[in-house]
Write a protein that binds this ligand. Sequence first.
Ligand code: FAD
Ligand code: NAG
Ligand code: NAG
Ligand code: NAG
Ligand code: NAG
Ligand code: NAG
Ligand code: NAG
Ligand code: NAG
Ligand code: NAG
Ligand code: NAG
Length: 532
Amino acid sequence: MKNISNIALFSFFFIALLDSVSWAQSSSNSSSHQSFIQCLENYSSPPSNPISAVLYTPDNSSYSSVLQAYIRNLRFNESTTPKPQLIITALHVSHIQAAIVCAKLHGVQMKIRSGGHDYEGVSYVSNVPDFFILDMFNFRAINVSIEDESAWVEVGAILGEVYYRIAERSNTHGFPAGVCPSVGVGGYISGGGYGNMMRKYGLSVDNIIDAQIIDVNGRILNRKSMGEDLFWAITGGGGASYGVVLSYKIKLVRVPNIVTVFRVARRYNENFTDLVYKYQLIADKLPEELFIRLNLNVVNNTNRATFVALFLGNSQELISLMNKNFPELALNQTDCEQMSWVESVLYWTNLPIGTVSALLNRAPPTLTYLKRKSDYLKKPIPKEGLDSIFKKMVELQFPILVFNPYGGKMAEIPSSEKPFPHRAGNIAKLQYATNWNENGAEAANHYLNLTRTLFDYMTPFVSMNPREAFLNYRDLDIGINHNGRNSYLEGAVYGVKYFKENFNRLVKIKTKVDPHNFFRNEQSIPVLPWRK
Ligand SMILES: Cc1cc2nc3c(=O)[nH]c(=O)nc-3n(C[C@H](O)[C@H](O)[C@H](O)COP(=O)(O)OP(=O)(O)OC[C@H]3O[C@@H](n4cnc5c(N)ncnc54)[C@H](O)[C@@H]3O)c2cc1C
Ligand SMILES: *[C@@H]1O[C@H](CO)[C@@H](O)[C@H](O)[C@H]1NC(C)=O
Ligand SMILES: *[C@@H]1O[C@H](CO)[C@@H](O)[C@H](O)[C@H]1NC(C)=O
Ligand SMILES: *[C@@H]1O[C@H](CO)[C@@H](O)[C@H](O)[C@H]1NC(C)=O
Ligand SMILES: *[C@@H]1O[C@H](CO)[C@@H](O)[C@H](O)[C@H]1NC(C)=O
Ligand SMILES: *[C@@H]1O[C@H](CO)[C@@H](O)[C@H](O)[C@H]1NC(C)=O
Ligand SMILES: *[C@@H]1O[C@H](CO)[C@@H](O)[C@H](O)[C@H]1NC(C)=O
Ligand SMILES: *[C@@H]1O[C@H](CO)[C@@H](O)[C@H](O)[C@H]1NC(C)=O
Ligand SMILES: *[C@@H]1O[C@H](CO)[C@@H](O)[C@H](O)[C@H]1NC(C)=O
Ligand SMILES: *[C@@H]1O[C@H](CO)[C@@H](O)[C@H](O)[C@H]1NC(C)=O
């Protein structure tokens, strides 16, 4: 039995290796570069939308500002960061179709960027020399229908714009999506986005009705014409493995006129361990209207726990719920603020209440250097474990450890419903968050090392076999598919962590819709190596 599987594995690897050759042959030269551009001009129609108006080569004076406009992590704004040979700021679907056809012909890798928030810069950086960016920020229309309780949202819209456009029309509708308003719809939804209403309504991808995508042959497809398999794949499996998503039709959800929020910090004291321990016992079991995030960090060499909540109800109800389920926090009425749902979005992202139009700002106020990692908490960390983690955190000072509680609706949705597999059985998703301001490789290595060190330290307390991860918290440490190649074996390493058993279905769909693996990146879904 063992021998057979070794032989199977060997020939499997061999075929995967052969597969890789065909993609390794393209090389950068200026005449191929010119013919790529020539091809784009030839294939883009109608003439009223010339593609030359949206092409930026390094020779164009605005190339750098266009490139930098949607870099959201300073780690990838360095002179050493690999740069695209071209940026296409598509204004018309024909620009996207031309980009696909010509990139295929010329063997150039396409990177698709909507909001640019990818934590590893996967939408605008590459480790192969021949790549270009298809920039989607011009596709940002949002059409809200309160009557239908839905909206069509183009991928270049940011979440803040979606919230703003909904709130403009209704104060009893919302959309369960992420906390940071500048995040782009394209990457966020295709990667399975979540936010502070997920215990009540699930992920954003649990609330998608339809989508439009341009496939590898340049065809524009909707849910009906793409079929349920591809629709499933692009609602959580990452869009960039399957095509260029143009828009999603989202289902709006009902929110009360008034919601309640709080943010309370507790310093290290004699009861600190009990407080954090108790949080793990109740956070996923509370009524699904209540979402309490826990941030653990270190201030002045002391551990601190900050609890941030959204409650879809009023403050009296919240206080009595808290007194019953989590009296250890000693929440006071004065800690609570009542407001409209859209104002709670401002509160959660630390914007002043009343500045709803600030949600339209496409760039965050400041940019920093970022590293993120993720984990899944399946059982409460024992008190001694917590104490050792607190000590380790003081020693390292970074990262912040963020607990996002699951349960509620998240535990009711079957794990095969969407590519995102982390449903029942999880107390919380953990995020390791390190932000820094010092430039240079030395600082980066220092902070990356601290983040990885805490991640290693957490090994005994979190999911294992696989050690699960969240696609939108992109982390190239957990495995990469070397770009020129199509390696199923490499893909399975990160694929199983992000998608568990759903990985197999993602691979089958990928093999069917993009058999030559045109849509590929460092962590894309590979095709089956034994295809003809
Ligand atoms: C400050 C900040 C806060 C965040 N908060 C949350 C949160 O609350 N909840 C959450 O779930 N996530 C959150 N994230 C993670 C975020 O969801 C992901 O980074 C997401 O991929 C960003 O989408 P984007 O369009 O801005 O990113 P991009 O960098 O443009 O794209 C990310 C990935 O999606 C692909 N892609 C983008 N557009 C398309 C398209 N049109 N078609 C096909 N593929 C496409 C890209 O090629 C890339 O692989 C946050 C990130 C940051 C930086
Ligand atoms: C450059 O690219 C062109 C067009 O793709 C090709 O014909 C030519 O052989 C390439 N030259 C080199 C030196 O690779
Ligand atoms: C573009 O079109 C012109 C004119 O039809 C043709 O001569 C040229 O070969 C085409 N180039 C490419 C790269 O398709
Ligand atoms: C960039 O430069 C090329 C060559 O000069 C030109 O054709 C193109 O229109 C320029 N792009 C923009 C957006 O101005
Ligand atoms: C990104 O890098 C460029 C070039 O060094 C620099 O001018 C720009 O200010 C940087 N962006 C940010 C937000 O720091
Ligand atoms: C939004 O509505 C406008 C005007 O009716 C239409 O042109 C556009 O295609 C719609 N966009 C989406 C994403 O549905
Ligand atoms: C710790 O908990 C006990 C019992 O609830 C309480 O009396 C004491 O004040 C708490 N200590 C701190 C520092 O909060
Ligand atoms: C940290 O300590 C310094 C110096 O004692 C003090 O000024 C500052 O307020 C402290 N910061 C916090 C957040 O407690
Ligand atoms: C709540 O806070 C107010 C104002 O700070 C204080 O007067 C009151 O005693 C607190 N109540 C409790 C139960 O701690
Ligand atoms: C962090 O750096 C130290 C010292 O160089 C090294 O020993 C350790 O292996 C690094 N840890 C990680 C997780 O990279």
